[in-house]
Write a protein that binds this ligand. Structure first.
Ligand code: NAD
Ligand code: ZN
Length: 391
């Protein structure tokens, strides 16, 4: 592993093209450990997959200010890694302020944002203060938005610790908080200057959170990386056992899918919609079951079962066996069979991603290639949901 970790930053543009033009055999050590991604039309930033101890070197290499860091985390993560990150922060920035919040979605609130602002000013921040988001997607979204809003934008470094944060929320620059009117309704696109993703953090992630993150990895494979899908199926047991080499490879591949999609559609006008595969169903499941009953990832897992069924109905000649096998293996704790099909169909009409009265679904043409459709008949929806409830 160490020789791969040494690899220098690589300009993503040429590298990504090269990777796609050659057939890829997994597992492969030819995948670089660091890639750069366009964060918006002007910026790019490295995503480094490797031990978090590389933070100091990466910050220096990126020529980021090294005077003061405000590290935002949650109690779960900080109780395990706080001491180590504190020391690393001191080595990297000299001065560290830690702000440790309670865990959970409730932290993505205007009150907690305001609390972060207050703490930051109490600590005498200036334009050279770096905000470090050290935790899962909740911390990433909240601390990212705080960084975007403090002094009209402070340097932001993501150190994601959950699987969802590592393959999804730390990439693409979406930050924000919730509003009583809905989730993620207040926020901005704000790019980090650096992302350091350490697969080692996944060893302490609770099983249910790990399973939820796997749903997004499977999603990435199904919409854009058939080789990853096949490889995941072959390595399923090692993935669940959290074999560190296997996780490293899986993360790099899944991250690359997200980078590719985001690069093509930074501001979410088109292709980024593919990332909603399984999500039209998934959002309906979260709502109908009552928020919190299914984790987001579990709802998306069941949603992807429905989406695969829908895909097979529209492309009967295509082979979806790999997709079916993967989505049915994803762990889902609550029993989807108890969900009411009609209630789900009703809920989908008001899905926030729906456009002008038409419900949009992402389907697969084949494993690894997605498409958005908006002409799904209710019969097909019903059949897809019924399949998903027992698959
Ligand atoms: N910005 C985006 O593009 C984007 C994309 C996807 C999701 N999100 C957001 O991300 C959030 C969900 O992210 P999440 O699932 O990471 O939630 P989370 O941040 O609540 O983390 C899940 C749980 O795991 C714990 N945890 C995290 N890392 C750990 C570790 N290494 N060891 C032990 N425990 C650990 C956390 O304390 C928490 O209890 C949602 O708010 C969602 O809206 C944002
Ligand atoms: Zn999702």
């Amino acid at each position: 592993m160490s020789s791969r970790v040494e690899s220098a930053f690589i300009d993503h543009r040429s590298e990504w093209r090269d990777l796609k033009s050659e057939p890829l055999v997994l597992p492969s050590v030819s995948i670089p450990t660091a890639v750069r991604v366009s964060a918006n039309l002007k910026t790019s930033y490295p995503i480094v997959v490797g031990p978090v101890d590389r933070l100091t070197e990466c910050v220096a290499r990126e020529d980021l200010p090294r005077r003061h860091a405000v590290v935002v985390s949650d109690e779960n993560v900080w109780s395990i890694y706080g001491e180590r990150i504190w020391k690393l922060g001191r080595d990297t920035w000299g001065r560290v302020t830690s702000v440790v919040l309670e865990p959970g979605e409730g932290m993505k609130s205007i009150e907690k944002l305001s609390h972060l602002h207050d703490r930051a000013f109490d600590e005498g921040i200036d334009r050279d203060t770096t905000v470090v988001a050290f935790g899962g997607g909740v911390i990433g979204d909240l601390a990212g938005f705080a960084a975007a809003t403090l002094l009209r934008g402070l340097p932001l470094v993501h150190v994601p610790t959950s699987l969802i944060a590592q393959v999804d929320s730390s990439i693409g620059g979406k930050t924000g908080i919730n509003h009583p009117a809905g989730k993620n309704l207040i926020g901005s696109f704000y790019a980090p200057r650096l992302v350091v993703t350490d697969p080692g953090f996944l060893q302490t992630l609770p099983d249910r959170e790990f399973g939820s993150g796997l749903a997004e990895v499977v999603k990435h494979a199904l919409i854009a990386d058939e080789a990853l899908a096949v490889w995941m199926l072959d390595n399923w047991t090692s993935i669940l056992e959290r074999d560190s080499d296997v996780l490293h490879i899986m993360l790099e591949r899944a991250i690359r899918v997200k980078i590719d999609v985001v690069e093509k559609d930074v501001l979410e006008h088109g292709q980024r919609a593919f990332l909603n595969f399984g999500h039209t169903f998934g959002h309906a499941i979260e709502k109908v079951a009552g928020y919190g009953a299914f984790t987001h990832g579990e709802a998306v897992s069941v949603g992807m079962r429905a989406a695969v069924h829908l895909s097979a109905r529209r492309a009967p000649e295509a082979d979806f066996e790999i997709a079916r096998a993967l989505v049915s293996r994803l762990p889902v704790l609550p029993d989807p069979a108890t969900l009411d099909t009609d209630a789900l169909i009703d809920a989908m009409k008001v899905d926030k991603k729906a456009r002008a009265g038409t419900v949009r679904f992402v389907v697969l043409d084949v494993v690894g290639r997605a498409r958005v459709i908006d002409d799904v008949e209710v019969d097909a929806l019903r059949a897809a949901i019924d399949y998903a409830k027992t698959a």
